[in-house]
Design a protein around this ligand. Structure first.
Ligand SMILES: [Zn+2]
Length: 120
């Protein structure tokens, strides 16, 4: 049976809300979430499996829009659907930047390692 994983990027409350919403739908045959986790695994009734990801994306989009969560985006990456708010420019600019090529990094350490690539 095919599982669809939905990750909520650390938003545990939204994960719980969406879980109880999905549980109420007939097309979802089983649903699993680690307590206090931000990730749901669901499996669909057989006749809905083929278009599962697309179907779930539509359902999520409708759910988000009807709850005024329009800033949330649904991204699909290697069979995992991720629901979250894309980072704003200001948050990204908090990252460290390589002064040679403009590459952004999270830590001083990563920056030092990255800089070395320019010395080769
Ligand atoms: Zn660089």
């Amino acid at each position: 049976m095919a599982y669809i994983v939905i990750n909520f990027a650390g938003d545990v409350l939204l994960a719980q809300a969406v879980k109880s919403y999905l549980s109420s739908l007939d097309l979802v045959s089983s649903i699993y979430m680690i307590p206090e986790g931000d990730e749901i695994s669901i499996s669909l009734e057989k006749n809905n499996e083929r278009n599962g990801n697309r179907l779930i994306k539509e359902i999520l989009r409708n759910y988000l829009d009807s709850h005024n969560l329009t800033r949330y985006k649904i991204m699909e990456l290697e069979n995992i659907l991720t629901v979250g708010i894309p980072k704003k420019i200001e948050e990204i600019s908090n990252l460290l930047m390589c002064e040679i090529c403009g590459w952004r990094l999270n830590t001083e350490e990563e920056l030092l390692v990255h800089r070395r690539t320019h010395w080769i």
